[in-house]
Design a protein around this ligand. Structure first.
Ligand SMILES: Nc1ccn([C@@H]2O[C@H](COP(=O)(O)O)[C@@H](O)[C@H]2O)c(=O)n1
Ligand code: CDI
Length: 162
């Protein structure tokens, strides 16, 4: 059986925070604001996994009202979902993501992000695509007030037919 999932997330870009995306610390004078480490890419991917299997969304699994998720490492949040009973027998066919960031330039960091994410899903980096685009200086994203990410993926369960 095949299932597709999509995820989208956006976080505000502010001073005094680290910029962490795809589990990688990207050097920049600002970082993303959130209850967790605000890893916008991993949040979109987590929502895509949950969406593929109709399991709700990241905020339902890890409420931002809970102290235990304050400053949480989003790698661990995604790992928790992937290790859950719901994901048993499901594996990633492919993942395709787009980060919308006016700044900083991300091209140099995308291979490291692909590596982190491929390891999490136990696939090779060939199954993990991450692209970056600006917002052509338009609107809030174009003014670098935040960074957004979109993820699309396909999961397969070979123990279930159709
Ligand atoms: N934060 C970003 C945004 C874009 N890139 C790379 O630059 C290319 C051109 O971006 P446009 O938004 O003008 O299309 C894009 O295709 C990416 O390769 C980047 O590295 N980091
Ligand atoms: C990850 C969680 C939990 O720490 O907090 P944030 O970092 O604020 O991120 P968001 O994308 O709003 O999603 C869900 C949250 O509950």
């Amino acid at each position: 059986m095949l299932r597709v999932g999509t995820g989208f997330d956006v976080h505000q870009l502010v001073s005094g925070r680290d910029l962490i995306m795809g589990g990688v610390k990207v050097p920049h004078n600002k970082g993303l604001l959130g209850h967790s480490d605000a890893d916008v890419l991993l949040h979109a991917i987590t929502d895509a996994v949950l969406g593929a299997l109709a399991l709700g969304d990241i905020g339902q699994w890890f409420p931002d009202t809970k102290e235990e998720f304050k400053g949480a490492n989003s790698v661990k949040l995604l790992q928790h979902v992937l290790d859950s009973k719901y994901l048993k027998d499901w594996h990633l066919v492919n993942l395709d993501c787009t980060i919308i960031a006016q700044e900083p330039k991300l091209a140099a960091y995308l291979p490291s992000m692909r590596q982190v994410i491929a390891k999490l899903f136990n696939v090779t980096i060939n199954e993990v695509s991450i692209k970056a685009t600006t917002f052509e200086k338009m609107g809030s994203l174009g003014r670098s007030e935040g960074i957004a990410a979109q993820a699309n993926l396909m999961l397969q369960n070979t123990t279930l037919e159709k």
